[in-house]
Design a protein around this ligand. Structure first.
Ligand code: LMR
Length: 398
């Protein structure tokens, strides 16, 4: 019956992470998947999240289905986190927010909705982008193309090329953009560059779809929400998928949202209705437990303050790893420029290593980075950073 089913080639990120788990070598180092590990190499259970979970379990009652759009307290907490509770767009009720299944689930609901209401629009992805973006949008029937983004020559953004490309896009094109901590490059647009994009987005009638999966890992929880707040301030219509996997270390609970900012409350109500329909015919409604933990952390003032400090600690630990890796590499390979480790932000660095060099790192040294050269800096710690730098230096020296 299923003889015609092809073998799955595997996912470039998840399959590499699986290969790492199976690797018997004691000194192996996992810098593949985008997960924050603490200095002991463990996925942290944040005290704020633990306290919230205990409170949620303590208060637990019957488990009815959640509404298709998710829990009301989760949805309003997401709006307040992304835009600020007092933002005029929130107050005007012109943002339609659903509780999704991680940020990927939000991308999928948004992709389905866009295919239904913007069937002729193409989706433009940054070059490069997270591998799964293309898969999600193509899976919803979209045609995906790319816009210029990363410049390997400078390690920065090809902003002029990006701007020119946006100016040439057909009206109602969807532009998928990383709100902060660009995955895979770690290279973000500056606030001035976001501001420069606003008139182009408006004049060309582009439809931005922001992905905010690393809020708090760039400059701070508020600072990393600059882009959605700017676009909302400017009265633009756009979508934003967000995640709590990394910021609350809640990977397996699949907590995230999708918000669609509309011109008025009437459009937002209709958009929310169609988001519910997309959810109903996909997974019906989201699970309850993780979302209630997130809502508790975000709305309980003490837990909120604790969480903000925990996010700052994770962000600062990554920064210190960036510096340590940089310093060892500079000492080992003087004359080479490793400044990109210091300027890139968030969990990832784009090392510029070729697929062959990434393969050598894995097979000879047990250091796992993606074939694209993406390294998850959040997998480094004081015990493995030196070994990582030595392995990289050996591979780079040829
Ligand atoms: C990553 O980019 O490694 C993470 O977002 C995990 C994933 O699902 O790919």
């Amino acid at each position: 019956m299923f003889e015609h089913v092809d073998a799955y080639a595997g996912d470039p990120i998840l399959s590499l992470n699986e290969a790492f788990q199976k690797d018997p070598r004691a000194g192996k180092i996992n810098l593949s998947i985008g997960i924050y590990f603490d200095n002991d190499g463990r996925i942290p259970m944040l005290p704020s999240v633990r306290a919230a979970e205990l409170a949620v379990v303590e208060a637990a009652g019957p488990r009815p289905y959640l509404p298709m759009e998710g829990a009301a307290n989760f949805r309003s907490a997401v709006q307040a986190l992304l835009f600020g509770a007092d933002h005029p767009a929130v107050q005007a009720g012109r943002i339609a927010t659903i509780q999704g299944v991680g940020s990927s689930g939000g991308l999928k609901v948004g992709a389905d909705l866009l295919k239904r209401y913007f069937p002729d629009s193409k989706v433009y992805l940054s070059d490069p982008t997270w591998d799964n973006h293309r898969a999600v949008f193509e899976g919803s029937g979209h045609t995906c193309e790319t816009y210029p983004y990363y410049d390997p020559a400078t390690g920065g953004v090809r902003f002029d090329a990006l701007l020119q490309s946006f100016k040439a896009l057909p009206a109602r094109s969807v532009v998928l953009m990383h709100a902060c901590c660009h995955n895979p490059t770690g290279v973000d647009l500056t606030q001035d560059q976001w501001r420069a994009l606003v008139p182009v987005i408006r004049e060309r009638q582009l439809l931005p779809f922001l992905d905010l999966a690393y809020q708090g890992y760039g400059d701070g929880i508020e600072e990393d929400a600059f882009a959605p707040r700017l676009l909302a301030d400017e009265g633009l219509s756009f979508l934003i998928a967000n995640s709590f996997s990394k910021s609350m270390s809640l990977y397996g609970e699949r907590c995230g949202g999708l918000s669609i900012v509309c011109p008025d409350a009437d459009q937002a109500a209709r958009v929310l209705g169609q988001m519910k329909f997309m959810i109903r015919r996909n997974y019906s409604n989201p699970p309850m437990h993780g979302g209630q933990i997130v809502a508790k952390v975000l709305t309980d003032p003490k837990l909120r303050a604790l969480w903000e400090a925990e996010v700052a600690e994770m962000r600062e630990r990554i920064q210190s790893m960036r510096h340590q890796l940089h310093d060892v590499l500079v000492a080992k390979l003087p004359g080479r420029n490793f400044d990109y480790f210091l300027t890139q932000r968030g969990m990832f660095s784009y090392t510029g290593l070729s697929p062959e060099q990434a393969e050598r790192l894995k097979t000879e040294f047990g250091v796992y980075i993606l074939r694209s050269g993406r390294m998850c800096v959040a997998g480094l710690n004081t015990r493995n950073v030196e070994a990582t730098a030595e392995a990289m230096a050996a591979v780079l020296a040829g």
